[in-house]
Design a protein around this ligand. Sequence first.
Ligand SMILES: [Zn+2]
Length: 253
Amino acid sequence: MKIIDSHFHAQILVEKGLDAEKAMSFLSGGIDIGCSADDIIERSKITKNFPHIKRAAAMGPWEVENRSMEELERQLTILFSNVEKYNVKFIGEAGLDNYWKYGTVESQEFLFIRQMQYAEKSGRRIIIHNREADKRTEEIIREYGPSKGGIIHCFSGSLDVMRAALDRGYYISYAGNLTYKANQSLRDTLKYVPEDRLLLETDAPYLAPVPMRGKANTPLYVVHTYSCAAEVLNLKVEELSERVYSNFLSVCG
Ligand SMILES: [Zn+2]
């Protein structure tokens, strides 16, 4: 069976003492996600012998903390030059986070929009982080989203966000919180995702799925999210994995 993980953080796995190489060897494909302007320098060493693991780089919304607009501009220049230098396929993760409320709304939106514009200019797809920021995420996708689309990571938003994203060619990726007992309404959204736009992920080392909930997560545990999604969609896991693998190949194409 071909299992992919569309979103994990290899460097953070290593920092936590988890076996990133074992996890990447287990996968048939995956995307190692960036959080800051220059983390790709270390990450590229971790993934260099794993050509089936694609690279993403971006400044997440947390990067606005304690930075002036000039400093953010400086960081963006570093990021964009690293993207060119390190064979980076995706811009991600970037987006808005109203749960942790990093910096100001304006600074988060500025950072998100600038990276979307760069994705468009450089012909790349974007990987979006949206936490409790449905309305602005939807508007920004419609107004600035790159024409190649991208991935909504750890989908937990409204059907409006999903619709805006699907309209613009995005893929919808579900993480381990799909398996949490309380998240029935999240499981209910699965049936609205067209079969050629569905992806699955871990966001490892965060958000371990049931029955590993509470532990440090690793891409190995993505199989639990596959089982859960297969059950909700009334599919055999083998069938679902074929589908998700083929979507992974298209989003990387
Ligand atoms: Zn992440």
